[in-house]
Design a protein around this ligand. Structure first.
Ligand code: GLV
Ligand code: MN
Ligand code: MN
Length: 412
């Protein structure tokens, strides 16, 4: 049976981790940053060295292909991929694994001369982590970018997408040109670390993803009154940060008690203005994120949390504004792709388990234009979005062989 080279894959994972690598381990490689652009150039060279056609589209997505250079409906491609951008202080596998495993599979097919009727391609989707807008590259490819919003898209620190892309040599207004014709992708399958503890704890080598959560993000801005932090009596303060903190605690309680068993919420960004120890905060901004695999639960919770923000603001005698930032829809994975992954596991003698993905992935955009699915491998201790994210080399090799045989079956 054709098999990938685990050693070659590990050496590429180590090489990619050096772009944006942190002294104590881990990686910071945000989309469009100089580190990301160096990684992109390295990836293109690796793809070409492996015998693939390689190119970059107007949205900054990198592709490597065997068989056909473009996506066109007369020769629909079987596509795999993931992303090479990372969160700040992230790990070396989130995204990188899916891209380099895809490259490894295509190189293996090429070298072995394994038959495939359909073209095979691997993608590195731009800005999956959503520094400027979540799943940006795959949205552009699938035609679901909110085009009028492109000029105003910005990171939470205010840096505009237009400027970040320009710095990297891209024109944001041309990103929508990355859209491919309907019918040009026959199927999509993405290999990813699970990023949670389920497979690791159950000691199951392969997860077959049956659905992917939706993620909603909004900016919640509380506005109170700046005052002298020493002289203003405590009962006369209109402290925006205290309201924001109260809202964060009440939101957690609400989502845990009124959401589904799968609902989660997070406040990962907090800004306090003017931001001095001797000034009562005039404004506090939070980025609020919520996830659930059920779109109705997510919609209901979003409405309830917006109402909760108003209640909290009233109690603190200040005002609040809730500005939606992004919303991805939960999607089911294609039954045919799930079955093909399970058959590949069967042929390789590997146990598998169906599970939903609690993280967002580019596959959820691809699911809108083709039959899409995902393969998960265990994450040690369920750790991810942290510098010590890890999976066993043997687990990586197993998952990549499952990807290889899934791709070959879909391309047959
Ligand atoms: C992707 O990493 C996510 O935030 O789910
Ligand atoms: Mn991630
Ligand atoms: Mn990822």
């Amino acid at each position: 049976m054709t098999a990938i080279s685990g050693i070659r894959l590990q050496s590429r994972l180590a090489a990619l981790a050096r772009f944006g690598g942190l002294p104590g381990g881990g990686v910071t490689r945000p989309a469009w940053s100089p580190q990301h652009e160096e990684a992109r150039a390295w990836l293109l060279a690796e793809m070409r060295g492996a015998g693939l056609e390689a190119w970059v589209d107007t949205a900054g997505n990198v592709f490597g292909a065997l068989g056909a250079r473009a996506f066109d409906a007369t020769h629909p491609a079987v596509l795999t991929g993931s992303h090479i951008d990372t969160v700040p202080e992230g790990g070396s596998l989130d995204g990188a694994l899916g891209v380099l495993a895809g490259l490894e599979c295509l190189q293996t097919v090429h070298a072995a001369g394994a038959p495939h009727r359909r073209p095979l391609a691997v993608a590195a989707w731009s800005d999956e982590e959503g520094r400027y807008g979540s799943l940006f590259g795959s949205r552009a490819f699938c035609g679901t970018l909110d085009v009028p919003r492109i000029p105003e898209m910005a990171a939470v620190d205010g840096e505009r997408l237009v400027d970040a892309m320009q710095r990297a040599g891209f024109e944001a207004r041309r990103a929508p040109e990355a859209r491919v014709p309907p019918g040009s992708v026959a199927a999509y399958v993405e290999l990813h670390i699970e990023q949670g503890p389920r497979l690791d704890e159950a000691r199951i080598p392969i997860g077959v993803v049956d659905a992917i959560v939706g993620v909603r993000r909004s900016r919640v801005v509380f506005s109170g009154q700046a005052d002298h932090a020493g002289t203003t009596p405590m009962d006369r303060r209109r402290d925006a940060f205290l309201a924001a903190a109260d809202f964060a605690l009440k939101t957690r309680e609400h989502v845990v008690s009124r959401g589904s068993s799968r609902s989660v919420t997070n406040f990962g960004v907090v800004y306090v203005h003017p931001g001095a120890s001797n000034i009562v905060p005039r404004r506090a901004e939070l980025v609020h994120e919520m996830r659930d695999p059920d779109p109705n639960v997510l919609e209901r919770l979003a409405g309830e949390c917006a109402a909760l923000a108003q209640d909290v603001a009233r109690q603190h005698q200040i005002t609040v504004e809730v500005r939606p930032m992004s919303a991805t829809k939960p999607v089911p994975c294609a039954p045919r792709v799930q079955k093909t992954i399970e058959e590949a596991c069967g042929a390789l003698g590997l146990a598998s388990q169906r599970l939903y993905s609690a993280a967002g992935h580019d596959a959820q955009n691809l699911a809108l234009i083709t039959e899409a699915g995902m393969i998960f491998i265990p994450s040690k201790g369920g750790r991810s979005h942290r510098v010590d994210e890890a999976s066993d080399p043997a687990a990586i090799e197993r998952g990549t062989n499952v990807l290889l045989h899934t791709l070959l079956a879909l391309a047959r």
